[in-house]
Structure formats: structure tokens, C-alpha cells
Design a protein around this ligand. Structure first.
Ligand SMILES: Nc1ncnc2c1ncn2[C@@H]1O[C@H](COP(=O)(O)OP(=O)(O)OP(=O)(O)O)[C@@H](O)[C@H]1O
Length: 249
């Protein structure tokens, strides 16, 4: 298949990616020969024991960290070998991020938080699209409120809206429900699933939770820096069983 066709079919492609931290005796190889494509419109979860390379994988795929070798493509744009300023612009314009700790600014209102990536990129915001994003994440609070006045679940919906507002090619989520109670976590994951289904949003989520992972189309398992398996359409029990086979988690 040609590179252009891959760019259309895959939102992200990683080819033989390796990442080593440090040098000599202190070197730690966090990723080894990782090859994976995220199809446009797919929702993928990454699971693996502690230290298996999940964060490193997410950071490399999102252009937050550089692999030691291999190639990473965002659509038909190669990330590897770009200057930091170019990577910053690519991340701002084409990628959305959601973290466990929400990372909202309390000096700003909910609405100002959501549109912040557009302001930073000097992009205009379309109030009709903003309303659609707010509706799609089922955010049901006054937009002039400060984030700290909201529940954890509502704060994470604000963070997801902020990640979606630039119409990113991919949203990367790092333990997005790690700080939420079980019921709220399920509601937020249901919302995320709907944005994938309705908008064709591509998403990649790192999680320790088999229930969270079961909302994804495919779960990719990492162990010791390598991809060691994949499950599609699996329920939480099957995912938990596979994790148990990978050892402690
Ligand atoms: N900045 C760094 N410098 C040195 N070693 C690192 C660095 N970041 C990660 N590592 C090492 O790389 C390996 C993979 O770490 P990583 O954080 O990617 O795993 P993880 O699966 O996300 O772990 P966890 O589930 O505990 O967050 C580990 O051995 C870790 O100690």
C-alpha cells in the first residue's frame, strides 16, 4: 500500500519503534520493535503491567517524546526527525490530550478552558460547533462557572471537550477515568464511545482498568516494551484474564 493510502486509512502509524532511556549500564529499553496502526475512527486501549511501556508508547505516538529508532506517522506527516517547534504546532493543531488529573485552569471559566487550544493557535471559534461539542460530551453545567466548582466527572467532560474543540485527528487519553468513581467513570467512557461512533473520532487510551478498556474496539497488550497481544470486542472478564496471564498488574 502507498504511503498516501496509509495516511488516509491510518490516523497514526508506528513502524519498528524503539525507545531507550539513558546510556551504557544505566540504559532502560522501554519500547522494542513496536509496529502498530490506528485506523481512522477506531478506539484503541493500551494495557500492560506497570513499567511495560504504556506511557512511553503514548508519549511517542503523540509526539511528546522522541523514539530512539523507528518511524511515527500522523496521517501522512512523519513526526520523527521534526524540530520541537514543529512538533508543538502539530500537537496543538492535530492532536487532543486528556489526562487523569483534568489539567483545567481555575482562573478561566469552563467555556474559556474549552476554547483555550483555539486561542493558543490563533484560530477563530465557531459558537455553533462549541455548542455541539458541549452537547456531545453531555456537559450539563453553566459555561461561565469555574472548573473547581464542578464534580470530577463534569471536570473530565470539560477536558474532553477541550481535546475535541480543535477537531483533532487523534485524541490521546492517559488514564482518563483514574480519578473517578466507578459509576461516573462508566458515564464518561460512554460519552467518549459516542464521540468515536458519531464523529468518527480516532482515540487511543492508556488504562489499567479492564472495564474502561472494554469500551474500546481493540485492546493492545504491552509487556516488557513489546506488543504481546490484541483483543477485539472483548468484555472486561476476558481482558482481565489476558492481563492476569501477563503477570502482575
Ligand atoms: N524518563 C525516564 N528515564 C529513565 N527510565 C524511564 C523514563 N521513563 C520511563 N522509564 C522506564 O521505562 C520503562 C517503561 O516505563 P513507562 O512509564 O512507559 O511504563 P508504564 O507501563 O506506563 O508504567 P506505569 O503503568 O507504572 O505507569 C520502565 O522501566 C521505566 O522505569
Amino acid at each position: 500500500m502507498t504511503a498516501v493510502a496509509n495516511g488516509l486509512e491510518y490516523a497514526v502509524r508506528m513502524e519498528s519503534v524503539a525507545k531507550t532511556y539513558g546510556k551504557g549500564d544505566a540504559a532502560v529499553t522501554a519500547l522494542k520493535d513496536v509496529t502498530l496502526g490506528l485506523r481512522r475512527g477506531s478506539f484503541t486501549a493500551i494495557m500492560g503491567p506497570s513499567g511495560s511501556g504504556k506511557s512511553t508508547f503514548l508519549h511517542c505516538a503523540a509526539g511528546l517524546d522522541r523514539p530512539t529508532s523507528g518511524r511515527i506517522m500522523l496521517g501522512d506527516t512523519e513526526l520523527t526527525g521534526r524540530r520541537e517547534s514543529e512538533l508543538t504546532a502539530l500537537r496543538r493543531e492535530r492532536i487532543g490530550f486528556v489526562f487523569q488529573s483534568y489539567n483545567l485552569l481555575d482562573a478561566l471559566t469552563v467555556e474559556q478552558n474549552i476554547v483555550l487550544p483555539l486561542r493558543l493557535g490563533n484560530q477563530r471559534f465557531d459558537p455553533v460547533f462549541l455548542a455541539e461539542v458541549v452537547r456531545s460530551v453531555e456537559l450539563d453545567v453553566p459555561l461561565d462557572r469555574r472548573p473547581s466548582k464542578l464534580s470530577g466527572g463534569q471536570q473530565q467532560r470539560v477536558a474532553i471537550a477541550r481535546a475535541l474543540v480543535t477537531r483533532p485527528e487523534v485524541v490521546f487519553l492517559d488514564e482518563p477515568t483514574g480519578a473517578l468513581d466507578t459509576r461516573t467513570a462508566r458515564q464518561v467512557l460512554g460519552t467518549l464511545r459516542q464521540t468515536v461512533d458519531r464523529w468518527g473520532q480516532t482515540a487511543l487510551m492508556v488504562t489499567h482498568d479492564p472495564v474502561a478498556a472494554s469500551y474500546a474496539d481493540t485492546v493492545v497488550f504491552l509487556a516488557d516494551g513489546r506488543i504481546v497481544g490484541e483483543l477485539t470486542g472483548a468484555d472486561p472478564e476476558r481482558i482481565a484474564q489476558r492481563m492476569t496471564h501477563l503477570g502482575e498488574w
